[in-house]
Design a binder for this molecule. Structure first.
Ligand SMILES: NC(=O)c1ccc[n+]([C@@H]2O[C@H](COP(=O)([O-])OP(=O)(O)OC[C@H]3O[C@@H](n4cnc5c(N)ncnc54)[C@H](OP(=O)(O)O)[C@@H]3O)[C@@H](O)[C@H]2O)c1
Length: 325
């Protein structure tokens, strides 16, 4: 038997249950991974609360983990038992001692990258890869605004932006988070609990405003974000930490300066094996070179997944958070 977290109804963190299950055998095309570390992500909360639909209940939770291949299904040729691997996509169920998922979503880890580092950076780091290098194709010299700059995705974004020569202005909710974002390479930070974000961006950019705004907060920051952009520039709305952006009148993009807007996801960018491998090469190079160091701010036992999610939703975490089986 093995432990896993599941939920039989959507709701608060109390719906998460630790249960004993017999780990399934991999079907053709699948592998079974014995997790050594599991990544906690905001998307896990969207599934638990019902904001994003699940395919059926009871459901497992989580899509990010790293460990060792424990069994290989028919037809999987790029993986073998004993390989050290990581994954950030596929069916829900990473919150467990074992996870069975399609082999095409699983990549072998370079020796230098530990399971903890991989579980703390696969989903978040691949997200930063596509946001900075594909959605906007930043080259250096641009000024961008990044909300939640001291969070899991944000901490990696600050470092990656610095490595590219991009000036990242990060929003945060406390002095401690501001210090962390700065240490990670944010060019400037804005504490939105006591500063006016649009006015500070205007001051910092000498009136020019930003080339791209990356907004994962959603509902609460949508208008502020549009007001921080240069004419004809790009708004990237990639999350809903405060709730989804709904009921948008497209005319607002005209009023705010002929803006572009996109609502991307990791699955929309890493949608083929080839693209996933290309994005992993880029991420592993950033990790291997030390340009990006993954900041693991918190570790929780798997059994405490609910507490971990409450800390994440309650803005009490910094950097990445791991669940340890
Ligand atoms: N589209 C994609 O492909 C993709 C992939 C990965 C992640 N994401 C999104 O990226 C965001 C960051 O994910 P993460 O896992 O790294 O989380 P995180 O940034 O570590 O945590 C969320 C942070 O958002 C800020 N926040 C602002 N308003 C909030 C609110 N009303 N409730 C909770 N937090 C609020 C808080 O930072 P402050 O205290 O500093 O405000 C909080 O610490 C999430 O929205 C997630 O859905 C999207």
């Amino acid at each position: 038997m093995a432990k896993r977290i599941q939920f039989s109804r959507t709701g608060g963190s109390e719906v998460l249950e630790l249960v004993d299950v017999t780990p399934g055998d991999p079907a053709p095309g699948e592998v079974r991974v014995r997790n050594e570390a599991i990544g906690l992500n905001f998307i896990d909360i969207y599934f638990r609360t019902g904001l994003y639909p699940v395919s059926g209940l009871p459901s497992g939770l989580g899509t990010e983990g790293a460990g060792v291949v424990d069994a290989v299904g028919e037809g999987v040729s790029h993986l073998k038992e004993g390989d050290r691997v990581a994954y950030a996509q596929g069916p829900l169920g990473a919150y467990g001692e074992y996870h069975v998922l399609p082999g095409e979503k699983v990549v072998v880890l370079p020796d230098a990258i530990t399971s903890e580092t991989a579980a703390a950076s696969m989903l978040k780091g691949l997200t930063v890869q596509y946001l900075l290098r594909q959605t906007a194709q930043l080259e250096g010299g641009e000024t961008i605004l990044w909300h939640a700059a001291a969070g899991g995705v944000g901490s990696i974004a600050c470092q990656w932006a610095r490595a590219l020569g991009v000036k990242l202005i990060g929003t945060v909710s406390s002095e401690e988070k501001a210090k962390l974002a700065k240490a990670n390479g944010a060019w400037e930070t804005i504490d939105y609990t006591r500063e006016d974000v649009v006015e500070r961006v205007r001051e910092l950019t000498k009136g020019e405003m930003c080339d791209v705004v990356y907004d994962s907060v959603g509902k609460d920051t949508w208008i502020t974000s549009l007001d921080c952009l240069k004419p004809r520039s790009l708004m990237v709305s990639f999350g809903n930490a405060s709730g989804p952006v709904e009921g948008v009148n497209l005319g607002i993009l005209n009023q705010k300066g002929s803006l572009f807007v996109t609502r991307p996801s990791l699955n929309g960018y890493a949608d083929t094996r080839e693209r996933l491998e290309m994005m992993c090469r880029d991420l592993f190079e950033m990790l291997g070179s030390g340009k990006v160091k993954v900041d693991i701010g918190q570790r929780f036992a798997l059994a405490d997944a609910g507490k971990a999610q409450d800390a994440l939703a309650g803005r009490r975490t910094t950097g990445s958070t791991l669940l340890l089986p």
